[in-house]
Design a protein around this ligand. Structure first.
Ligand SMILES: O=P(O)(O)OP(=O)(O)OP(=O)(O)OC[C@H]1O[C@@H](n2cnc3c(O)ncnc32)[C@H](O)[C@@H]1O
Ligand SMILES: [Mg+2]
Length: 198
């Protein structure tokens, strides 16, 4: 089976990539599955693109094989686009999805439904030895729920209601999320590259 390394240590992302890449007959292997201890890459960039490149190029240089990375986040209009690139650690270190949700709900306490619009954004970067890094971006429009609900997915899924749905992303079945998500929309644009992967 063909393989592709995904430069992520996020279990939720890794599971979604496994399912999405399996459709192309590719085994998507995250850093959580590698034998060797891979150091954490500091995400010091100021854009999703810069942070994705730090991850895919960093791991590509370490392993000397093609690597894909995902830098993603939640952009809330009423918070001027925050948490954005800081989504993973919005409530501080260590990374805590539940604390992040509590912080966002608190910040939106006095914001009424029509103004709770938001979007998930995902930038995928592909780094191949000797080639320039390739970028694809996807997004998923929606709004922030008044309270959290649902247990699927990860991160902010329990408070994100995608456009056209009444439930949160965490209440929707994973196969639905994987057809509407920011990650899916970025992946679709890489389809040709994925099909030519050897
Ligand atoms: O950098 P890696 O190792 O891939 O893992 P990470 O969790 O730190 O990933 P990011 O730096 O890209 O930060 C993305 C954060 O945005 C949020 N996020 C991204 N995609 C999401 C999704 O599909 N559902 C819910 N939250 C998501 C979630 O809080 C993530 O931790
Ligand atoms: Mg990260």
């Amino acid at each position: 089976m063909k393989q592709l390394i995904i430069a992520t240590k996020n279990k939720g992302k890794a599971e979604e990539f496994k399912i999405m890449f399996a459709k192309y007959g590719i085994n998507a292997i995250s850093l959580l599955e590698l034998e060797e201890d891979i150091p954490d890459i500091e995400e010091t960039g100021s854009t999703f693109e810069e942070n994705a490149a730090l991850k895919s190029e960093g791991i590509m240089k370490l392993l000397n094989i093609p690597v894909m990375a995902d830098d993603s986040g939640l952009m809330i209009d009423a918070l001027d686009g925050r948490p954005g690139i800081f989504s993973a650690r919005y409530a501080g270190e260590p990374k805590d999805d539940q604390a992040n949700i509590v912080k966002v709900l608190k910040e939106l306490e006095n914001v009424q439904d029509p103004n709770r619009t938001a979007r998930f954004v995902c930038v995928l970067s592909v780094s191949i030895p000797g080639q320039p890094t390739l970028f694809k971006k996807g997004s998923c429009e929606g709004k922030i729920a008044l309270a959290e609900s649902g247990s699927h997915g990860f991160g902010y899924d329990p408070i994100f209601i995608p456009e056209g749905y009444e439930q949160t992303m965490a209440e929707l079945e994973p196969n639905i999320k994987n057809k509407i998500s920011h990650r899916y929309h970025a992946m679709v644009q890489l389809e040709e590259w994925i099909q030519n992967l050897s």
